[in-house]
Design a protein around this ligand. Structure first.
Ligand SMILES: [Zn+2]
Length: 283
């Protein structure tokens, strides 16, 4: 096999692959605004580059990137698909691949929006609940930033969307698409977005009752939507994030796949008595 991209393989090559490897990476992302200095497809590039490197390190193939999900941003260039549609799509991709013999799914988000991640996680839990064909599947929702201490640290320093981390990664992977002119929103808006990245959302209700579903839109004062410090970006930081991701994710994922294989063979399962620690937390 001379490529880890599933789409490059022939039927014969894929059948041959499945005989001794049932693992596949499913990357997803979307087009959305990333300021004036980065193209709309940052998250797609993020998913593609990481899937490519990870697949090589793990010796497994990656499925074509799913290019549509939910962002919530409303500036031009952002294509929002409802979380239900997106989560169903990922679920159906997994069901289809399971029918072909795949057992281990590494979902790789290139986009970090909490709404899509939370919805996807709960939707796949229910899919596994209702579809016995998925009982033996291992599905891992693998966020790149979880495996990079540098990226995680940048979050704690209020660096989020289209800022130091994402700009550094693109400077490392494809510097030709990074524009020189960094433009920020007016200072008070830029600062508010650093303090709380969800503050691009305007949430309105008629009452104070917690039972009311709030109306959400994008605040009209957010014109650019960069959240953090893109001017601090560097090739070195991009390289470091990629290296940390591979260094930490590869052994963790290898072990998870080996554990799942062992569990399928022996019937061993972990029963969770402590439901609290399994609760989905916002990201
Ligand atoms: Zn992004």
């Amino acid at each position: 096999m001379n490529s880890y991209r599933m789409r490059d393989l022939t039927l014969k090559e894929l059948k041959c692959y499945l005989q001794d490897n049932q693992t596949i990476i499913i990357p997803y992302a979307l087009c959305e605004q990333h300021g004036h200095h980065l193209p709309l497809d940052v998250d797609i590039r993020n998913a593609e580059f990481c899937a490519d490197k990870l697949s090589e390190a793990l010796g497994c193939i990656w499925a074509p990137v799913l290019n549509y999900t939910f962002s919530g941003g409303m500036l031009p260039g952002t294509i929002n698909v409802k979380p239900n549609t997106f989560s169903n799509m990922v679920g159906e991709i997994i069901e289809s691949l399971t029918l072909q013999g795949f057992r281990n799914f590494i979902i790789l988000p290139g986009h970090g929006g909490s709404e899509s991640l939370l919805h996807l996680k709960e939707s796949l839990r229910i899919l596994k609940w209702l579809n016995p064909a998925l009982r033996d599947t291992l599905i891992l929702l693998t966020q790149i930033w979880d495996f990079s201490p540098t990226w995680t640290r940048l979050f704690t320093e209020h660096d989020y969307h289209a800022a130091e981390a994402e700009t550094s990664l693109l400077l490392h992977w494809c510097p030709e698409v990074v524009r020189k002119n960094i433009v920020m929103d007016v200072p008070e808006v830029a600062e508010r977005l650093r303090d709380d990245p969800d503050s691009y959302q305007l949430r309105e209700s008629f009452t104070e009752l917690k039972q009311e579903i709030v109306q959400t839109s994008q605040r009209p004062d957010v014109k650019i939507g960069v959240m953090g410090y893109p001017e601090r970006a560097s090739v070195e930081t991009g390289k470091k994030i990629e290296a940390e991701f591979l260094e930490n994710a590869v052994p963790a994922l290898r072990k998870a796949i080996a554990d799942a294989e062992e569990a399928r063979r022996t019937g061993k399962r972990i029963i969770h008595e402590d439901q609290q620690k399994l609760k989905i937390r916002s990201i």
